[in-house]
Design a protein around this ligand. Sequence first.
Ligand SMILES: [Zn+2]
Length: 203
Amino acid sequence: MSSLSSSAKNSIRGTYGARCVISLTRTPTAKCTDIIDVAQRRNAAVKLGILPPDYDRNTAGNGLLRCPTCHEYFTRKYLALSLPIPVLEYIRDYVRDTEKASQKALYEPGLIPISPDHQALKEKCYWRLSIPAAHIFAALIERIKDDKSESEGIALANDILALLRVAHRNLHPPRKRDGTGGSNNGGETSGGSKLRACDESGG
Ligand SMILES: [Zn+2]
């Protein structure tokens, strides 16, 4: 069920007219659908810094229009939205190479500085949706979980996800399960910095 309010839906229809964002077909039966459709997915993406902590699923930025055919393909998981390869490469390089202290969360860098004149963008059939790249990426990582395909886009998305998970784990090391909490028998300390326990409840 959609979490989009009727005013969010009106705004989405205003943005796209009656055009499906996938096939670009114009049809009065195009449906407003959520990009992030489950609270759990939203929370997982917030945890990794892909979406902002106040990400509201009930806003126009969380929706797009799909014609009934594309909607059906989406529901059956034959289709997924992705970002252009140069954008995925930019995100991967940013997450991998930016010094951790100055690295922003994925939703913070704002517009990704890829020129429309970039050769790769000229050669391929990309079109721009009026949705932040982070939202598309958050939906994409859900979809690729069980995908073993070796396409370049999926490989890049998996690389980014792995880097974000490592960064998250470094910031929030998992709590020890033995419950002794704190007795550190000769193990390495992290230079006096406090270890924050990670809330795994997904809040
Ligand atoms: Zn369509």
